[in-house]
Design a protein around this ligand. Structure first.
Ligand code: PNW
Length: 481
């Protein structure tokens, strides 16, 4: 049975339903109580980097409105809430821990626990302190030590109440989109910086897992990766098959293999070496003895963010340019950006007529079943999986105090059904988080793209539960789709 002919699927009793956000996208209060700039505060001010030059200075003002937002979570029946801590709030300029900054998360966690909602904490959702970027950022190995200090400082305060710890959200984005493509902060456009950043992010992940594990063996420790299914347009065409191998390699395996197998994928290293041998030589000499063992530190769970798949070819496609990952800054503003894939000049995306969301991303729920199946069989058969993000942007209209976002409700239903299909096959999937609780700051797209199951009016900060939010609440109450 597949998602399309779904009838009734009841989730296991211990399956967790939640929603996710990230600090910079919702908190606002960007310079309050000692917080200093992160790379996103700086990048948002680079002309042409973000749609309309919008910043997260205020965003959803969640910093001041968190009690109301937690009450909304209760109203929706969420069992768990995935949020991130802001490094620049907890440690201004990456320096000493700021008691007023960490106190916000202390209050938030208490509010969640008081409402019976399980806190799911992510330590890094892309907001490196700008002062650390100025010392080399993720291209520098020193940032790894700074991250471990930051993680332990957060654990000092919240470790008695937070059980679930995620080191990084989507290191593909914070390395290749950020240091190679230049569409996310800090906006660098270098293959060398991208692969160095990826290595240092992975090392920071592994070192943090080891350090937290040593402190408290009871914690539930993991990482969240954004994964995709890359399919060849024609499975008999060697050029198309190679295109799919390259995208799978650079998007999925570059992170999965070191974390779950302790080695970088050799074919991808060779592909990148062929286009930039100096970058690969510098990257190889930055890898120290023991790094890969650290990166492969055992995990308790793996988070998977899934939005869409990719259909690719080795043959140029008339009328289709770029990748689905190009970001808002591209072309429109003249800021220099490039492909996030260092070795995919000969890869072309193929139009196949699937419905698309407001991000122009294809709606492909069966891809989620396939991602979960693959990870649960090929890579991590013994590790519980969580869908830590899944959702869609659409141009919502508020009419008479209601948002009738039938497309988003359908998107959620189909992807929950796709998740269930993987569970039914025996894949150990333990939870699902909708992206996102609130409309929020969609990075380079600013406030132009709305992913929330709750609408935010950015003039009044009024929250309105959308039809999709009510639909999700009904699904959670029934524990079934
Ligand atoms: C994820 N891509 O970002 C993030 O974790 C969220 O913060 C974000 O709001 C959400 O997905 C929606 O975009 C991504 O180009 C950004 O493939 C870009 C890509 C993937 C994920």
């Amino acid at each position: 049975m597949n998602a399309a002919n779904s009838s009734f699927r009841r989730f296991p009793d211990d399956f967790l339903f939640g929603a996710a956000t990230a600090a910079y996208q919702i908190e606002g209060a960007a310079f309050e109580d000692g917080r200093t700039a992160s790379i996103w505060d700086a990048f948002a001010r680079v002309p042409g980097a973000v749609h309309n030059g919008e910043t997260g200075d205020v965003a959803c003002d969640h910093y001041h409105r968190y009690p109301g937002d937690v009450a909304l979570m209760s109203e929706l029946g969420l069992q768990t809430y995935r949020f991130s801590t802001s490094w620049a709030r907890v440690r201004p300029d990456g320096g000493a821990q700021n008691p007023e900054g960490i106190a916000f998360y202390d209050r938030l966690v208490d509010e969640l626990l008081g409402a019976g909602i399980v806190p799911w904490l992510t330590l890094y959702h892309w907001d490196l302190p700008q002062a650390l970027e100025e010392k080399g950022g993720w291209a520098s190995r020193d940032t790894v030590d700074r991250f471990v200090d930051y993680a332990l400082g957060v654990h000092d305060v919240l470790g008695d109440r937070v059980q679930h710890w995620t080191t990084l959200n989507e290191p593909w984005c914070s390395s290749f989109l950020s240091y190679t493509a230049g569409v996310h902060a800090p906006g660098r456009t270098s293959v060398e910086d991208g692969i160095l950043a990826a290595h240092h992010l992975l090392l920071a992940h592994g070192r943090t897992i080891e350090a937290l594990r040593e402190r408290d063996p009871q914690l539930d420790l993991g990482i969240t990766l954004n994964l995709t299914v890359a399919d060849p347009a024609d499975a008999r065409d060697p050029g198309d098959v190679d295109a799919a191998r390259r995208i799978d390699g650079q998007f999925n395996r570059w992170f999965l293999d070191p974390i779950l197998r302790g080695a970088y994928p050799a074919d991808v290293v060779e592909d990148i070496r062929a286009v930039d041998p100096i970058a690969v030589r510098r990257w190889a000499s930055a890898i120290e003895d023991g790094d890969l063992d650290t990166i492969a530190a055992p995990l308790d769970c793996l988070g998977i963010n899934y939005y869409h798949g990719e259909l690719v070819s080795g043959t140029p496609q008339p009328g289709v340019e770029g990748t689905p990952h190009d970001g808002a800054g591209d072309g429109a503003t003249g800021r220099r950006t490039r492909s996030p894939f260092p070795a995919a000049d000969d890869v072309h995306w193929v139009e196949r007529g699937l419905p698309r969301t407001g991000m122009d991303w294809e709606v492909q729920p069966e891809g989620l079943t396939r991602v979960l199946r693959r990870i649960g069989t090929e890579y991590a058969p013994m590790i519980p999986l969580y869908v830590t993000e899944n959702g869609a942007a659409y141009d919502d209209v508020l009419e008479g105090g209601q948002v009738h976002d039938a497309e988003r409700a359908m998107f959620l239903r189909e992807h929950l059904a796709a998740t269930y299909d993987a569970i039914e096959e025996g894949v150990d999937v333990r939870g699902y988080f909708a992206w996102s609780l609130l409309d929020n700051y969609e990075w380079a797209w600013g406030f132009d793209k709305r992913f929330g199951i709750v609408r935010v009016d950015y003039d009044t900060q009024e929250r309105t539960v959308k039809d999709s939010g009510r639909e999700y609440a009904r699904i959670i109450a029934a524990r079934a789709v």
